[in-house]
Ligand binder design. Sequence first.
Ligand code: ZN
Length: 821
Amino acid sequence: MTDLSVTEAQARAALVEVVSYDLILDLTATPMRSRAEVRFRCRQPGTETFADLTVAATHSAVLNSEPVGPQVAGRLRLTGLRADNMLTVEADVADDVFTRFTDPADGAAYLFVTTFPEGAAGFMPCFDQPDLGATVTITLRARAGWQCFSSGAVADRTADGEWRFAPVQGLEPYLLVLCAGPFATRASTESARVPISVATRQSLTDVTGLDQFAATAARAVMHYEDLLGVPCPDPKYDIVFVPGLTALAVSVPGLMLVNETLLARMTDPDDDFAAMVCAHEVAHLWFGSHVSMRWWDDLWLDEAMATYLSNAEYWTAFGYRSKASAYWADGLPSTEPVSAPVVSSAQALSRPPAITYTKGAAVIRQLGALIGDDAMNAGLTDYLTRFGGSTTMLDDLVGCWSRAAGRDLAGWAQEWLRTSGTSVLRPEISVAGDLIESVAVVQEEASRTHLIGLGLYDLDTDGRLRQRRVLRAEISGARTVVPALAGERTPDVIVLNDGDLGYARVRFDPASRLVLTAAAMDVGEPLTEAVCWNSFWDMVTSGEFAAAEFAGLVGRRLRSGSSGLPLAAVEVLLERATAAADVWAHPALRAGLRERLAGAAHEAAAAAAAAAAAAPAAPAAPGSPLWRALAYGFAGCAESAAQLAVLRDWIDPAAAVDADLRARALRTLAARGLASGQEIDALASLDPVAGEVNRATCLAVRPSAAAKADAWAAALSDATSWRLAQAHASGIWVPGQESVLGGLDYFGAALPALAGRDARTQRRLAHLLFPATLVSEATIGVAEEWLAKTDGPAALRAAVEDQATAMYAVLAARRLAGGSI
Ligand SMILES: [Zn+2]
């Protein structure tokens, strides 16, 4: 890997203008062979620069007819530059540059490469930095029967397997994605101005939802064209499902790769998760492709914008699935501002995704509330028109919004995008008789300007909460009085950040907190209910609300009518309540909490199945999306013998449950030593997509020292693929298995083993392998000692600091008295 510093990048961009890359890659050769011609101009002839190059072996490297090289530490030195230069390199590509997959079903071979953030040098010489794009022309030699995909449209295809793609202008090396194999086209649509196709590997013949996925992409293209006032910049859009992608999906000009694990979320037309992922990727055709960041400081310009645009229809799901993770990440030592200096390309992805994506999107939504949707959208149109085909920095986008809003937003950007942390908002209410005397919003920990909703709720005669009204107020400084509420009849509940326009950790006054607890958050407004749950969860992890009581609230909410809850709420609340029982409550309460929570989930699932069966034209119960979400949650917290017996029924190969649910049930059984090796091994053949991953996790959760040692070794082995390493690691630390976990040496063995790996692997595995279930002052002490005496890689230090901080929080939460369900 080459590691480019920001100063080197700036100097190179000042010196060099890249004209074109012409790449020929022979995918059939072993090793893979590449030939690249790079044309570039130099603004100071006679000087020198370097290209990035990390190929396995160079056959020839020629600059303007003179041999150059060899590559040293990932760089090819280029001296004696002319005004116009041509660099030609023929090379062997290292084996691990492309991700390869052999389909166990039919032996077919597939391969792909994504170069984000700095992988293109693995197969061609390049000036690999976000602000140096060029016209890229690609030719691939492929096996007979293969389909090849790249950003360009297919210009020509010969009978002997040569694929020539049309040139793509202004493409940066980190956006190069290539994909080949005997793919089959499963769906296509011409309903947008841009033709869209969807392909999967050949053996996946019975997957459903692909037509809908293509239609969703087409709708998203048309929606963004309309909203942004800028036509889709690409002439075609190919969508390819591939196994083993590290991200859930990746979008570059004209091409989207999707992780096959998403297929499991596409079987149900009512499940909008895949549609949300699709809309995010389509948004990258404008934000990230058409206009992109100048340097890694501003990755949010691509990712927060895509997240913001794609969630327009899904803010409730965003509230449940994402926001709590951003509040949590923003309180950890590793947090950073949404936009913050990145010193070198190796650190490009070191920033927490919950900040770049989720906080970034939430902050833009907050800006939309502040300046209005019209100004928001006018600013985006101005930005895309002004900077289309080039790269930008924070001030460019904020400048467009400022002009559109007629308001200088530099101060806003400083507070929200250049400062880390989350404000805590707390209401201060004084009452005279049954009237409000005054309401003030107190801002703790940081002072920012927010425009938020204040919701007033009353208990109806039927004991349910009803929204009386919402008023919007601009909050700034340590204390803001809201005069509009003086003299109003006192409501039963006041919710700050009603409608979830803001990015803030909110608290309640004591009376509202009591009523909300009694009503198990059922306020009748889905977005605001998400705000309430996020607040109570934040109080659990801050040691202000008993975890056991939180688990009980979720159980009551499910029993009182889960039919009114969005799917995302059911999924997330069951997941959090299970974590409350497993991790945040005192261990002595764990079994009882789990059993009662599973009881509530099971009861609600039975009600959902009955409702689905009774509904006209409903799918056969069980099988409704709600039933599935409840069943999945139940499988995660089942505890009693009777509950575990239900899971045994589900893992029967003849049971009518999907592969995901079967794997979740098996995982709970395996963690209790109730699953045979044969049953776990069978996962791989039952599910061609996620089977191997689920098998690895189920093997790791088994309660024996030998199983833990095997999983530990597999997770740390260089030979294990990235996704399997994560799967092994994520099954090791199971709460309650402390007696078999003593032999694993995180600080002495795992961290040194990870030191030589790339930053992303370091970050993820250092998190997953941390002894998170050995909750004690002693574990924290060892972590602090390691931090004090080790000068390890930044990603490892950040993971250890974060995990130690999390363990402090767990200790504090466990000290609170437990409630009851
Ligand atoms: Zn993205």
